[in-house]
Design a protein around this ligand. Structure first.
Ligand SMILES: *Cc1c(COP(=O)(O)O)cnc(C)c1O
Length: 315
């Protein structure tokens, strides 16, 4: 559960620390979708994704409680966010990443001043190693989504949406482990339960939709998608019940639909939104989101990308 108190405290903690990101509009997009579309632009956030919100909230609380070393297990946006916050707050950090991690991502983490350790190729190997490190160094583990402080930090995106967009009809949010949508949906449903919150997963990584249909958390075999931030194979223990309570619908998009949305952002809006952040626009553009022509908010969750990958996406 995320309390309203936790959300409000996160908002105060993050004030002056993270950007209030803009909402972008496009006449072409409005014409093509029949809605008034607002892109909540977390690809323009510090470190290139919303992950800085949850990481900052969690690390600030940990610091108050005396944390002296931070550990995270992520080669992606969470790893970058924790490395960035650690340096801002003057706490050493160790980020555990896979042996086959992308060199560009590793460099970004190192550039923020964190120590990088390569371990195995599966997330369970990395988590195990991270646990050992936490013991050895008497460190604090910063989880990517299954944590109240992290979810509340991500929820500040929802509070900002409500202050930036008049009377939203639908808010569309990507789902990986489910931290972002847990925070946003809690904020939105608390303030106006009539606003629909729609989650989006790649068809190839639809663990949350499958779990919803099964009525319990299930684990999928393999999540093979260009949306690398959404490759979680099971929803979080804490996030799943929140999603079940607050998220109205979960939609899946194909790899081709993700590519199409990515190219739309790049060519029509001049925005670099990584595939994980493009799934929400893909859902809207594919016609799978039910709306009545009102204000539709699309969360563009991140913009970090290996530039060489663009060639593959646009071919
Ligand atoms: C982590 C991430 C997501 C998914 O967020 P969860 O909280 O894991 O559901 C979506 N988009 C981007 C760009 C991310 O980095």
């Amino acid at each position: 559960m995320i309390t309203i108190k936790a959300l409000n405290e996160a908002r105060v903690r993050l004030h002056n620390t993270v950007h209030v990101t803009p909402v972008l509009t496009s006449r072409t997009l409005d014409e093509q979708t029949g809605a008034s579309v607002y892109i909540k632009s977390e690809h323009l956030q510090k470190t290139g994704s919303f992950k800085i919100r949850g990481a900052t909230n969690c690390v600030m609380i940990a610091k108050d409680q005396g944390a002296r070393h931070l550990v995270a297990a992520s080669s992606g946006n969470h790893g970058q966010a924790v490395a960035f916050v650690a340096r801002e707050l003057g706490i050493p950090a160790t980020i555990v990443i896979p042996e086959n991690a992308n060199a560009a991502k590793e460099e970004a983490i190192r550039n923020y001043g964190a120590e990088v350790v390569h371990v195995g190729t599966t997330s369970s190997e990395r988590l195990q190693y991270a646990e050992q490190l936490v013991e050895q160094l008497n460190a604090t583990f910063i989880p990517p989504y299954d944590d109240e402080a992290v979810m509340a930090g991500q929820g500040t995106v929802g509070l900002e949406i409500l202050s930036q967009v008049h009377d939203p009809e639908v808010v569309i949010v990507p789902i990986g482990g489910g931290g972002l949508i847990s925070g946003i949906s809690t904020a939105i449903k608390h303030i106006n339960p009539k606003i629909k919150v729609i989650g989006v997963e790649p068809e190839n990584a639809s663990d949350t939709l499958k779990s919803r249909k099964a009525g319990q958390r299930i684990t999928i075999d393999r999540a093979d998608t260009i949306a690398d931030g959404l490759r979680a194979s099971t929803p979080g223990e804490m996030t799943f019940p929140i999603i079940e309570e607050h998220v109205d619908d979960i939609i899946t998009v194909s790899e081709e639909e993700i590519r199409e949305a990515f190219v739309f952002y790049l060519s029509r809006m001049k925005q670099v939104v990584e595939p994980s952040g493009s799934v929400t626009l893909a859902a809207l553009r594919s016609g799978k989101v039910t709306h009545h022509g009102g204000n539709v908010v699309v969360v563009a969750s991140g913009g970090n990308l290996d530039l060489r990958a663009i060639k593959r996406f646009v071919e």
